[in-house]
Design a protein around this ligand. Structure first.
Ligand code: AOF
Ligand code: ZN
Length: 347
């Protein structure tokens, strides 16, 4: 599809938005007489919307009269953290709005366009996501977070050289890629074994984030988790899925969700209730298998290190036989230094 150069500018601007979740990345460009008057975007969760940011870049608000706005997502119609953008566009005299995609958020969907049209504004909707807001769109389509499963393994499919032993398999380029992957996630989940054996930090260390991903762990009893684990430091919000409640008061960055029988399905439902749009499941092998068996893995990201471990280490995704074979399609394969990266989506 050929996207107008102005909408493409809006897309490029939208991508500058960091930590917008759970709100979308949105960009807006104001054009009059084929001249770009302003470019705006949604900078960060809770900040002003892209349309208002673009209007704020105008030398004078009267310039908006008779102008066209190119915006990647339908202007909003509701009073949320900010007043409705659609209404503002009508007030400042914008006469035409070109929209990439209708907002999948039911709070807005179609209502923004209706406001614009009711005020005689000419509206064009392309129906194109423009590659933006993958998890945001998935969340509103499926009412649950997009789940990505990630693991690193050897050429013989193992995730460690011996059970109960942390094994570093990949090289720095792949480790860097994992940081990028984490950067895009709202929640990162591990199981109890991984927590006790690897003591992972589950943080994004490449660049500081205003809203770092929430770290999460599935444990039996929160009281049995070693308080010296990195997950008990204060570096990010941390959620535990535990069968029992904590008997002691925990720091404010830690929340415990209690259910005697957590399953992938109930955990994902709980995350959906909390408004979580993306989940990265990291390990270990049993947790991976449980998510695959529950057919709750949408994307797989696998790093293959060019070594054969042999021995008695665990293979990736070990557990009960699957009742239905879960297929993945259209894998993309790339090299990261000497490691292989495979990404594939559930059929
Ligand atoms: C944004 N940025 O540029 C646009 C959004 O809670 P609020 O008031 O910030 O509203 C969030 C909703 O507004 C969001 O889910 C989406 O439906 C709509 N549009 N949101 O954060 C923007 N245009
Ligand atoms: Zn808005």
């Amino acid at each position: 599809m050929v996207v107008s150069k102005y909408l493409q500018m809006a897309v490029d601007a939208a991508k500058k938005g960091q930590a917008t979740w759970t709100n979308p990345q949105v960009g807006a460009v104001i054009v009059k007489d084929q001249q770009v008057l302003a470019v705006g975007y949604h900078h960060q969760f809770g900040h002003r919307h892209a349309e208002i940011d673009a209007l704020a870049q105008l030398a004078d608000i009267s310039q908006a009269k008779g102008a066209t706005m190119y915006v990647t997502l339908e202007p909003c119609s509701h009073y949320g953290k900010t007043p409705p953008c659609a209404k503002r566009l009508t007030e400042v005299g914008i006469t035409r709005v070109v929209i990439g995609l209708l907002d999948p958020n039911p709070l807005v969907s179609g209502k923004g366009v209706a406001i614009l049209k009711a005020h005689g504004i000419q509206v064009e909707v392309l129906g194109e996501s423009l590659g933006l807001n993958v998890a945001y769109r998935f969340f509103y389509q499926h009412q649950r977070p997009l789940v990505t499963l990630k693991y690193a393994m050897s050429l013989d499919g193992k995730i460690n050289s011996a059970q109960k032993e942390r094994t570093l398999l990949t090289q720095p380029a792949a480790q860097q890629d994992v940081q990028q992957l984490r950067h895009r996630q709202q929640v990162i989940l591990v199981g109890e074994h991984t927590l006790s054996i690897d003591n992972p930090r589950l943080t994004v260390r490449t660049n500081p984030m205003v809203f770092p991903p929430i770290r999460a762990a599935l444990v039996w009893h929160i009281d049995d988790v070693d308080r010296q684990s990195y997950l008990f430091d204060q570096s990010a919000p941390t959620w535990f899925f535990s069968a029992t409640a904590s008997s002691t008061k925990l720091p404010p960055n830690i929340q415990v969700f209690v259910n005697p029988h957590w399953t992938p399905k109930t955990m994902v439902q709980k995350l959906a209730d909390e408004g979580v749009q993306s989940l990265l499941v990291e390990g270990g092998s049993h947790l991976q298998a449980d998510f695959i068996a529950a057919e709750l893995v949408d994307d797989l990201v696998i790093y293959v290190a060019p070594i054969v471990l042999g021995g008695t280490g665990l293979p990736a995704v070990i557990g009960q036989p699957l009742t239905a074979r879960t297929g993945f399609e259209k894998p993309t394969v790339s090299m990261l230094g000497s490691d292989i990266r495979i990404q594939t989506r559930r059929v």
